[in-house]
Design a protein around this ligand. Structure first.
Ligand SMILES: Nc1ncnc2c1ncn2[C@@H]1O[C@H](COP(=O)(O)OP(=O)(O)OP(=O)(O)O)[C@@H](O)[C@H]1O
Ligand SMILES: [Mg+2]
Length: 280
């Protein structure tokens, strides 16, 4: 098989859903893109454009109508510890301790109990929660729970980490801490991240590239390279290249018609003013 520069590849993904009246609606229409090894790639687009559906297909949690994902050149089918997933909603098992939550995935992927415990504790240390190993999820804040979810997804050493709005339920300050913290983890381990968000600042702050989608049906609009220097911090948000990219991505995901109307309106006003002035 010819080798690819991509670790994860979407090939012409099509997804149809049946509506409640039985009609078929195409949600994703021929989505193709590739994610490079150790890349941080975000997917952004209007609500309902199929972001969650797409990442759930990559995780093997949703079937396709057509097309497929390739991981290391092999067709993806079903769920696997090679593709770790973190969701927006807190998904830790409430009846298991923090440590047992992280051990769970390890034991399911064949680790013995002692190895799983040792590895789980190492991961809890990486996410700064080793002191909370014996706590239960409800005793932790939302941000801490998401750190456990990240540790749980990363512990079996997946090839890719799939994240669907993982910080969407957090307050602004915790969210920004989690973004910095995720970049720190990403920098230090060999992991490739596919990250869904609808937050423009978050997408630009985190990503190497941003895949913008349009809705109805979901299609790739543009794959944008984020040439904002790393390491990034709060000050990155004020860099001219950050602001330019943010505004470019915003233009891409806003409904085109709305913008066209806005532009036409401005154009007409400018013309009217121009005509009035020249008539004087
Ligand atoms: N199981 C399903 N059955 C029928 N329709 C579905 C199903 N899952 C998703 N859809 C529809 O597919 C479309 C895309 O949904 P999806 O959740 O992927 O969008 P999204 O881009 O993640 O939106 P958001 O930004 O609001 O999270 C929506 O119109 C949704 O109603
Ligand atoms: Mg979604």
């Amino acid at each position: 098989m010819e080798s690819s520069e991509f670790i994860l590849e979407a090939k012409e993904i099509v997804k149809d859903f049946a509506e409640s009246d039985g009609r078929i609606r195409r949600v994703l229409d021929g989505i193709s893109f590739g994610v490079k090894r150790r890349e941080f790639l975000s997917i952004i687009g209007p609500s309902g454009c199929g972001k969650s559906t797409l990442i759930r297909i990559a995780a093997g949690l949703e079937t396709v109508t057509n097309g497929h994902f390739l991981l290391d050149g092999k067709k993806v089918s079903g769920t696997s510890a090679e593709r770790g997933m973190v969701f927006q909603k807190y998904t830790l098992f409430p009846w298991l301790s923090v440590k047992q939550n992280v051990m769970f995935g390890l034991i399911s992927s064949g680790y013995g109990n002692d190895d799983a415990e040792e590895t789980a504790l190492q991961w809890l240390q990486i996410v700064g929660l080793e002191k909370y190993a014996e706590y239960y999820p409800k005793q932790l804040s939302g941000g801490m729970q998401q750190r456990v979810a990240i540790a749980r997804a990363l512990a079996p050493q997946p090839r890719v980490l799939l994240m669907d709005e993982p910080f969407g339920a957090l307050d602004a300050q915790t969210r920004s801490q989690m973004q910095k913290y995720l970049l720190e983890v990403w920098k230090n381990i060999d992991i490739t991240i596919l990250f869904v968000t609808h937050d423009l600042d978050e997408a630009v702050f985190l990503s190497d590239r941003i895949l913008t989608l349009q809705a109805n049906p979901g299609r790739v609009k543009e794959l944008v390279s984020v040439d904002v220097p790393r390491p990034r911090n709060e000050e990155s948000l004020f860099l001219p290249e950050f602001k330019m990219l943010r505004s470019h991505v915003e233009d891409l995901i806003h409904p085109a018609l709305e913008q066209k109307l806005e532009k036409e309106e401005t154009f007409n006003i400018v013309n009217m003013v121009g005509r009035k002035n020249s008539a004087r």
